[in-house]
Design a protein around this ligand. Structure first.
Ligand code: GRF
Length: 200
């Protein structure tokens, strides 16, 4: 049984895609042991609740400094003891201690074809704004291992998505989610669960 912890910051549509794939058996032999948010009141936590998965908030605002916050995050992860950590719309910079401890056990979904539109400052709608400003005809999504370099870890899967005439960042974001993110993120976790992609 693969034990997975999911880190979120917002709406949690990628989390939802993963939860559904676990329930349908598309991701076999897997348990989502917890969802951790750095923000209170985000819809991702509601989604976890609806699927009877424990949700937790570890917020920087509740801690004296960054170090204390990082310790709380690591303590919660130790408690959940996951085999795999999935960053599904997680906007916090992952502490180096955590990367060291869970090397090759943390994956992230990024809404572009890395190395395009990736790295520091490229998150959320900014990624799609940059893609439209550059005039690319194809964009997409990438699942990659997380290392010390932002969006720089080994690429596991990518899927291309067409950019269409008249796209706004919001329209493009939705297409990238529907046609790429919600497919490749559960897909990669499924491959890990089946032992086809090696972690740790
Ligand atoms: C997604 O576009 C994901 O690729 C990015 O943040 C967004 C999160 O969306 N890292 P959601 O919370 O999964 O709906």
């Amino acid at each position: 049984m693969l034990k997975v912890a999911v880190l979120v910051s917002g709406g949690g549509t990628n989390l939802e895609a993963v939860l559904k794939a676990v329930e349908s058996g598309d991701i076999p032999d897997t348990e989502i042991v917890g969802v951790i948010s750095n923000n209170y009141g985000v819809y991702a936590l509601e989604r976890a609740k609806k699927h009877s998965v424990p949700g937790f908030v570890i917020s920087p605002g509740d801690h004296d400094d960054r170090e204390d916050f990082h310790r709380a995050l690591l303590d919660k992860l130790d408690e959940l003891s996951p085999d795999l950590i999935v960053l599904a719309g997680c906007l916090i910079k992952i502490p180096d201690d955590m990367i060291k401890k869970y090397r090759r056990r943390i994956i992230n979904i990024h809404p572009a074809l890395i190395p395009a539109f990736s790295g520091k400052g490229y998150y959320g709608l900014k990624v799609h704004e940059a893609a439209l400003a550059r005039g690319v005809k194809l964009t997409g999504a990438t699942v990659h291992f997380v290392d010390e370099i932002v969006d720089g870890g080994e690429i596991i899967a990518q899927k291309a998505v067409e950019v269409k005439e008249g796209d706004t960042p919001e329209i493009l974001q939705k297409r990238v989610m529907e046609e790429a993110e919600w497919i490749i993120l559960p897909g990669v976790i499924g491959e890990i669960a089946k032992g086809k992609i090696y972690i740790g």
